[in-house]
Write a protein that binds this ligand. Sequence first.
Ligand SMILES: Cc1cc2nc3c(=O)[nH]c(=O)nc-3n(C[C@H](O)[C@H](O)[C@H](O)COP(=O)(O)O)c2cc1C
Ligand SMILES: [Mn+2]
Length: 471
Amino acid sequence: MAYSDLQDYLRCLETSGKLHWVDKPVDPSWEVSAVTRHLFDGYGWNDRPALGFRHAGDSPFPLVIGIIGGSPMIYALALSTIPEKIPEVWEKGQRHPIDPVAVQSGLCKEIIARGAEVDLGILPQVVWTPGQDPGPYITAPVIITKDVETGRRNVGTYRLQIKGPRQLGLYVGAAQHAAKHIRQYEAQKQDMPLAIAIGVDPTIVLASISKFPYGTDELSVAGGLRGEPVPLVRCETVDLDVPANAEIVIEGFLRCGYREQEGPFGEFSGYMSPGGQQPVVEVTCMTRRRAPVYHSFLSQMPPSESSCIRSLSRSAALFHHLRHVIGLPVRDVHFTESGGASSMLVISMTKEYPEQVKEVAWGAWSLMNKEGKFTVVVDDDIDVRNPFQVEWAMSFRAQPERDTFLVDGVVPSGVDPSTAPPDIPQHDPRRRAGSKILIDATRKHPYPPAARVPKKYLDAVQKKWSEYGFK
Ligand SMILES: Cc1cc2nc3c(=O)[nH]c(=O)nc-3n(C[C@H](O)[C@H](O)[C@H](O)COP(=O)(O)O)c2cc1C
Ligand SMILES: [Mn+2]
């Protein structure tokens, strides 16, 4: 059964013991991020609960965080599955998308504020990297825009800096789909309408933060993931549709050609992004439930919610592309969390001929042009999620001179601080000098037998383990 909305999903997390509510009032200018960070640093990958804060500053809305990428277990619950089946559900969602359906009304219309009635100050004003972010940010928005020529919808998650009661700074990376829409509208000298949903069924969030080919409606992928169409309602002041059961919807437009300083912001690389001149959302309307729950993501230093989500989502999307779209014999794909689920990519494969290793790397790099700065390809006996095994393969199946392949003149990750010093703005061409390396850590010739105690002896020992004085 699909979740009908965020609150339906939160009930499932609560029943599974995966949501910890904090009743004590907390200060959103530092305490929300500090408690969440402490939780991420203190708990193992699989044990972290998601967090809820009932009283974050003056906001009447409770805030939840870590409900999508608190852990692989939580991510699996968002997809109504178990961690081992995450790639399978993604496969289904992408192969069998279900288009959304229009409905007349929804819970997101219980309260409607227009024009001067809107005050974004009602939202929890969370500062994520206290002392360094310039102010509070909305980190989990689902932003809906349209291609000006085809009318096709795009849905993406791009951070929003709360700048005033009706103003938001928007950061959209240059390669993102909404950035194309911004260029289109500005070429036609028009303001660009947009709608922002906060707090939706988790499959919509997962589709919103994932990269699909341009033109794909992320809401149809969400339909495929949840097995039912997403119900949509018309916005009040812009020509767009939004998930009918969203907790909160903000409508507005980007004023053509206008830019203001946005950021710096604590990014998934673990460093502050430089910030730069970015568009500003002028809010025209806010619709919401009577008692909405506000949804946020923790980004900054890995491990974070962002690195967990990116690792699981990107790995599944790339596996699908390499294995099922291009048809290469790839067994498994893993973006490491320490690499911000961006820089370090490990792929295992059942190599059919030596050149195929490069085909795999090119396939990965052309789908995800900014990712996989270090790409390691291993044989199918290596567990890509086990760094010990991966380093072992690199250590004894590769010769750096023969088995590495360097490429330059490629687009780097926009927030990789190794490309340029912090005073160079985020979109500056000087940040574009990227390069990548492929490390082919597969066997190139027959290998000697592995030096292991034979399994039959290990099994024999296991059977009488207590005889050796072990419990
Ligand atoms: C927690 C989190 C925060 C993100 N913040 C941003 C952001 O501020 N700007 C941005 O361009 N992309 C951001 N992304 C990445 C986009 O959501 C992602 O690339 C998505 O594919 C964008 O949609 P699009 O492919 O339709 O452009 C974020 C992703 C996550 C998981
Ligand atoms: Mn898109």
